[in-house]
Design a protein around this ligand. Sequence first.
Ligand code: HDE
Length: 709
Amino acid sequence: MSTATESVKQAFTSMTNNAKVADLKRNTVEVTPSTGMTTDHGVFISDTDNWLRVSDGENHGASLLEDQIAREKIHRFDHERIPERVVHARGTGAHGYFKVFEDSPASKYTYAPVLTDSSRTTPVFVRFSTVQGSRGSADTVRDVRGFAVKMYTEEGNWDLVGNNIPVFFIQDAIKFTDIIHAVKPEPHNEVPQGQSAHNNFWDFVGLQPESAHMVCWAMSDRAIPRSFRMMQGFGVNTYTLINSAGERFFVKFHWQPELGVHSLVWDEALKLAGQDPDFHRKDLEEAIVNGAPPKWTLALQIIPEKDEHNFDFDILDATKLWPVELVPLQEIGEMVLNKTVDEFFPETEQVAFCTSHIVPGIGFSDDPLLQGRNFSYFDTQITRLGGVNWEQLPINRPVCPVMNHHRDGQHQSYIHKSPVNYWPNRKGAGPPVPVEKGGYQEQKLAGIKQRIRTPKFQEHFNQAQLFVNSLAPHERAHMIAAFSFELSHCDDPVVYETYTKLLNNIDFDLAKEVAANVGGIVPDKPGRPNNGKKSFGLSQLDFAPQKPTVKSRRVAILLADGVDASGVLVMKAGLKAGGAVPYVIAPRRGNISTSGGGENVWADHHFDGQRSTMFDAIYIPNGNELYGKTLRANGQLMHWILEAFGHCKTIAGIGEGSKTIAFTLSHFLTELSFSSTDSDKVVTSYGVITAGSYSLKSAATDVLNIASG
Ligand code: HDE
């Protein structure tokens, strides 16, 4: 998919001044053609194609087990796979950096240099993921997205392991096994893959109302992002910060994408899952190698310790967000992802995050979900990465020194030069010794040991209503469709009836519509009154990019023999100048003849090799009369136009191109009239409003400006 050459990629990579990337070089093997092939113990190999066997030269005899070369090759292959992550198995990652703004207010709240020192550039590695599916599942399924950030700070690694949704399904970590068992493929037949649309998930969430708020987010457009680059990230859990005066604050972390928040529409997501299961993975790589590195602003929500109980929800409850009207966002720095990985397995697969990895100046809260997570992440790596030394793996090791008395274990790769491996020891002050001010000091503990949930943890619907009330009409329509799709996939009436009943506690009209669609019991009165509240930042429309841009947007230029070459070249150059990624698509891949006998145009793909779903916009240039006729006789091309129109994408054309668009749309959508068939005019369409329409409209304007310029 990538249009950039390897040299562009390398040039870009070498621009990256990144301490972690430099550190990884210690383990990076430059594979050169002149390097002779060896076994793992370094002996040269002269034949890797034929197993050593007994033969008289004419007849094959037995293959010999003594052939170390053959045995090693097969051994190594037999053990290539490691367990996939028990959740978030499917993902992709990139390197980058985090930098604090010069006017960051963070030093009021923390002494952590990573959040306060604007002279620093902190290397990061970020892994985005889906939750439910296996490693090979599709990218565009309806699911929560993981947003895990590892910051290699000078004080040690800080892992902010977040999601693209600000709340979670459960309040207490002890329920994690249950929610994950319920959402994962069912145990008797391992169905479905990459979906929550099945009995067990809806059975569980119907009986566990604390999940109501998060379920609404998961049924919203947030769960089908257009790109990892166009979604927010949230730490979700409540952490703490401590400043140099010893004052403590509760904090929530937010990543705000520069490109705004955009989603696919469901039909696109479904089709892409088959047409291009790696759509998000490739999108991230394509943006980075084409010089459009994604960027996020890090913002904090801060609550002073003394105000902990001043809210009608518990600020330690991960099923609740902190409305920005009550706790405003404070922007403190930005993160840029500007380098793809060199090899997927040692970097993206072996990277291991732990919520318990924090640095001095940042602390935990008593959030019961976070407390459980702090146990789980370290623990799960032991199975997944084969032992306790997984923090020594190149991608996981800090860029600052690591020094302690931990020893041995499987895959120990450090050699410690010391006669003692315990503390205290007779060497007295000899290293390593505990230092005066280390991490993990600022813990607050109170209370009596009990298995309880406090009263505020028992209210589950207020914020679900807040979320639903805040959605734009099209977002609400998408949510109704999503609930209806999912519950239609549950064939047990107990399941869909229970859930539609629960929905009535959130929104009467929503519950009525969904129940009617899926065969639930349609309620005749609300389950509880609607609180009527709304909040900023819950609708995606609140995240229009500050500067609308076509940067990194994929544009398909559809054409056929007889096209006007200059129209194609001008448009391509204009799009490239704007940072967009144009592809030429024609009835066949290869040279396409142009009108007037000019230079041929190269088509990157044929009409059936790609689909409109893979692009943000389509453009059809002008050409000669025969060209126009050819276009209008091509059913596949019409499908491109109609499908893109149905997905509310920008469609533009000039001359015969514009005629073709108008012909197709008015032919198939007879209730719509397109007045502009004038061959000098540009025709555009973005149909009815849906998610992402803001950006698509802006993209349309930009494309047209470029085209007309
Ligand atoms: Fe995770 N989660 N989680 N989770 N989670 C894992 O750790 C867990 C939760 C999140 O790209 C596992 O290394 C528990 C919330 C991400 O490698 C595991 C609980 C949030 C990733 C685990 C939660 C997340 C994981 C599996 C409830 C959003 C992928 C593999 C108390 C803030 C990280 C691994 C990557 C991965 C446990 C809930 C985000 C099993 C027990 C809430 C992004 O340790």
